[in-house]
Write a protein that binds this ligand. Structure first.
Ligand SMILES: Nc1nc2c(ncn2[C@@H]2O[C@H](COP(=O)(O)OP(=O)(O)OP(=O)(O)O)[C@@H](O)[C@H]2O)c(=O)[nH]1
Ligand SMILES: [Mg+2]
Length: 216
């Protein structure tokens, strides 16, 4: 079977409004978790944000929720060192994950984060969709492919979100979209729509809000 990958369309008015309302409501930090045993009860749908260190996971959560400092974002790679749970209204969790592919932190610490990240991605029954963020300047790398393969094996649907598109021009944008489409071809767990975003300029944010708000 060959999959057709496209860009996520602009949301319909109704979905856009559902997304706007959900994200304009309460969003609360629940807890930071460093072991699977400490995860909150699996009692509602959750979506997570995975990606290489510094790709913009925490910034995207802040842009979605319109709160500048809800998730800790920083230019220092490895900023997010726990699995951070945010309650979005009463029926959803947003999950900010530690980055992968970060070589600078002490080896033992990186190994611990990575093990937890993999256990989480492979073993959370209520994880409804994993958003895998890809820096639009870099495209899909080998270290991303490893995570995508893990998600395939765990049968967790993942959706690619290109980040930081404000940093590239139109030609580069077209090229990276093609690269991503090619990289997704061999992944059965890939959701066929790619979301293009800029947390800085707001591009794609309403689309992503609508996607999250209308997941069932
Ligand atoms: N220009 C631009 N910069 C961005 C964007 N998103 C994030 N950044 C910057 O990229 C850097 C990393 O962002 P974070 O959101 O902390 O990245 P992260 O993926 O959470 O990083 P870790 O927690 O270390 O894995 C910060 O300096 C952000 O300001 C964007 O859309 N555009
Ligand atoms: Mg972070």
């Amino acid at each position: 079977m060959s999959m057709i990958f496209t860009l996520a369309p602009e949301p319909e008015d109704e979905a856009r409004e559902t997304g706007r309302l959900l994200f304009a409501g309460p969003v609360d930090f629940v807890k930071g978790v460093t072991s699977m045993a400490a995860l909150p009860p699996a009692d509602r749908i959750e979506v997570c944000f995975a990606g290489r260190s510094n790709v913009g996971k925490s910034s995207l959560i802040n842009a979605l929720t319109g709160r500048k400092t809800l998730a800790r974002a920083s230019n220092t790679p490895g900023r997010t060192q726990e699995i951070n749970y945010f309650a979005l209204g009463e029926a959803r969790y947003l999950v900010d994950l530690p980055g992968y592919g970060y070589a600078e932190a002490p080896v033992a610490i990186v190994a611990r984060w990575q093990a937890l990240l993999k256990q989480y991605l492979a073993g959370r029954p209520t994880l409804r969709r994993a958003f895998v963020l890809i820096d639009a300047r870099h495209g899909v790398k080998a270290v991303d492919q490893e995570i995508l393969t893990l998600l395939d094996r765990s049968a967790v649907t993942f959706q690619i979100v290109l980040t930081k598109v404000d940093k590239i021009n139109r030609t580069e944008r077209a090229a990276v979209i093609e690269q991503v489409k090619g990289a997704l071809a061999k992944h059965p767990a890939a959701y066929p729509q790619i979301v293009v975003t800029s947390s800085e300029k707001g591009e794609g944010i309403e689309t992503l809000r609508a996607i999250i708000a209308t997941l069932e």
